[in-house]
Ligand binder design. Structure first.
Ligand code: ADP
Ligand code: YYY
Length: 286
């Protein structure tokens, strides 16, 4: 039997070296081939996975998320976090009622605590509210193209916003604007009536609550951190008053939608409530 060029090991010992060197070359080449093949296979796998990811992204069902609850319990904090992470639009519906209140204060619609409803009704069409991202990517509220983000959080607005938001024609206008903002889904909106009136078919509804004292403490800390004048007792009183007015008004009173999940975050940190909300989002979307 011919062993070709290796047939004469015994005759020529150098042929053994030749055989070993060829064998080694074969091993190296086969290893290289393997690496190359596996490398390409890995690359193809990665391309497929990322294409699948992309198509998942493109086909992913966008949902509507409604977060309602009592004043100052952390609704917008959790809503903003979720919206940023999942690439949804975030709308603070309370900011819209606050902007209408600021407009009313600045345009002679208030006489003390009395509201000139006829004047406001005539002017409601002149009130244009929009949200724009600031340099840090956080949404800020604009009233007729003027940034009013800080002004609308002041105590003078907080103390007048509940009666303004109880007016039916104000609510009708705001709800219409909110519904058009959420027409394409992929939105997180927080407020008082989002799960009950604005988006009754929202796929995920959350109702947040915490004790009035802890909510007042959170708001107090926030105002202090911004360097604004604040009295804890005044804030606590305002929180309680607004809870009452918001729950007892005729139009869209604050209440938990039957299909909303209840979250009492009195003893939760911001990170814990964020994690809880993400879990709920994943349950609905996966
Ligand atoms: N779980 C929490 N623990 C402590 N502070 C919180 C928590 N959630 C929110 N906050 C803080 O409380 C304040 C009110 O929160 P915010 O999200 O504006 O409430 P809401 O939108 O319900 O009025 C903010 O300063 C926020 O940073
Ligand atoms: N969807 C909404 C959102 C807010 N409101 C009203 C009731 C609230 O007292 C005011 C202010 O809302 P906002 O969410 O800014 O109030 P807090 O941040 O919780 O203090 O607006 C409402 O009636 N309906």
């Amino acid at each position: 039997m011919s062993l070709g060029k290796y047939s004469t090991f015994s005759d020529n010992p150098s042929s053994l070296l030749l055989f070993l060197s060829d064998f080694l070359t074969f091993l190296i080449l086969s290893d290289l081939f393997h690496c190359f093949y596996r490398g390409n296979a890995w690359l193809i796998f990665k391309i497929n996975v990322s294409l699948a990811d992309k198509s998942d992204e493109l086909n992913m069902k966008k949902i509507t998320i409604a977060i309602d609850g009592f004043s100052s319990c952390g609704k917008s904090t959790m809503a903003k976090d979720l919206a940023r992470e999942v690439g949804y639009i975030y709308i603070d519906s309370g900011a819209m009622y606050r902007a209408v209140t600021l407009y009313s204060i600045e345009n002679g619609i208030f006489d003390g605590d009395i509201i000139d409803t006829e004047k406001l009704k005539k002017e409601i069409g002149n009130i244009h509210i929009s949200f724009r991202l600031n340099k840090e990517g956080r949404p800020e509220t604009y009233l007729n193209d003027v940034n009013v983000e800080d002004k609308i959080r002041s105590m003078s607005v907080s103390s007048k916003v509940s009666p303004i938001s109880a007016l039916d024609f104000v609510r009708k206008e705001m709800v219409a604007q909110q519904q058009s903002m959420g027409a394409k889904k992929g939105i997180v909106m927080d407020g008082r009536d989002i799960g009950t009136t604005v988006f009754p078919n929202a796929e995920l509804k959350i109702f947040v609550t915490a004790t009035p004292e802890i909510r007042a403490r959170r708001r107090y800390d926030e105002l202090k951190a911004k360097g604004q004048e604040a009295s804890f007792d005044e804030i606590l009183e305002n929180v309680k008053q607004r809870d009452y007015i918001d729950q007892h008004r005729d139009v869209s009173p604050l209440r938990k939608a039957d299909d909303a999940l209840l979250l009492d975050n009195t003893n939760l940190t911001i990170a814990q409530q964020k994690e809880w909300l993400f879990d709920q989002f994943n349950k609905v979307t996966n």
